[in-house]
Design a protein around this ligand. Structure first.
Ligand code: ZN
Length: 291
């Protein structure tokens, strides 16, 4: 049985659920021994996995159509991002491939789910898309060795590293942080595939479609620094915690590198698809239009 984890919006706030063939089971309501939030669940995953599979099979399904899915991890403690991690994306950005990972971050206020729009801020005219594999940490740690790094992963999901290029590249000192962290610039989803179900994160097809047209089409085997290297590198500096999200970088085909450049506009539909995970689909709206 393939079981995925999701977070949905209940009257009492976000709650973790298991998905099985389109049905959605509230894990903690069926089995009070399970945590009601995804971070607690990932933290103790080895002890919970069998109970989750049992609940997914036998628990009552929430009424279909009534469930609003949030980001699989709605409030990650940290969102850590990797720049220029595909060789040909570095080339299209006009820089040599980096010798060490290039790390920046987003704040958790940027996180959105699969039902939410990307909001184009009034302060930017150059908002771009970036399809990325997102790694969600399960067991935290510091100084995690490369050969043990995957054991610290709780699961994987799709991400869009939405980027205001005029802030990221055009402001004094280059404002990578602000250009990447406008509210709504970190859509995640549609659900989480646990690490034990996905297996090797280093050979997954990854693509992005804008209004149905394929704009990015690559494979995570092209990552300059694969997932274990990123976890080892970052944890030299930072204590990784359960629920932290690492966006692993984007393949070539982003909008600003195209001739002529392509930027997001109201009414667009952006889809990030990763093999073995699913499709993260977000509409695009202008700030002020009900936001
Ligand atoms: Zn990126």
């Amino acid at each position: 049985v393939i079981v995925r984890l999701a977070t949905y919006e209940s009257e009492s706030g976000p709650r973790v659920a298991a998905l099985r063939n389109g049905s959605c089971v509230d894990l903690n309501r069926y089995d009070p021994n399970l945590p009601d939030d995804v971070i607690g669940l990932l933290q103790g995953w080895t002890g919970f996995a069998d109970r989750v599979r049992h609940a997914a099979l036998h628990g009552p399904s929430l009424p279909p159509g009534s469930v609003k899915f949030l980001a699989p991890v709605p409030k990650p403690p940290k969102v850590i991002c990797v720049g220029l991690n595909y060789k040909d994306h570095a080339a299209e950005s006009g820089v040599p491939p980096p010798e060490e990972p290039v790390i920046f971050c987003k704040f958790s206020t940027a996180v959105r789910g699969p039902a939410d729009p990307i909001v184009l801020p009034r302060a930017s005219r150059e908002v771009d898309y970036e399809a990325e594999l997102a790694v969600v940490i399960g067991r935290g740690g510091r100084h995690i060795p490369r050969d043990q790094a995957l054991a610290h992963v709780g699961g994987y999901t799709c991400a869009n590293d939405v980027s205001a290029r005029d802030w990221q590249l055009g402001k004094p000192g280059k404002q990578w942080l602000l250009g990447k962290t406008f509210d709504s610039f970190a859509p995640l989803g549609p659900h989480l595939v646990t690490a034990d179900e996905l297996g090797d994160p280093g050979q997954l097809a990854i693509r992005l479609r804008l209004n149905g047209a394929v704009m990015q089409d690559s494979n995570t085997r092209e990552l300059i620094f694969p997932v274990p290297d990123l976890i080892a590198y970052v944890s030299q500096v930072i204590t990784l915690e359960a629920g932290d999200v690492i966006l692993t970088g984007t393949p070539p085909g982003v909008g600003f590198a195209r001739k002529p450049p392509v930027f997001l506009k109201p009414g667009d539909l952006v889809e990030v698809e990763i093999e073995g995970i699913g499709v993260l689909r977000n509409s695009v709206v202008a700030e002020g239009a009900g936001t």
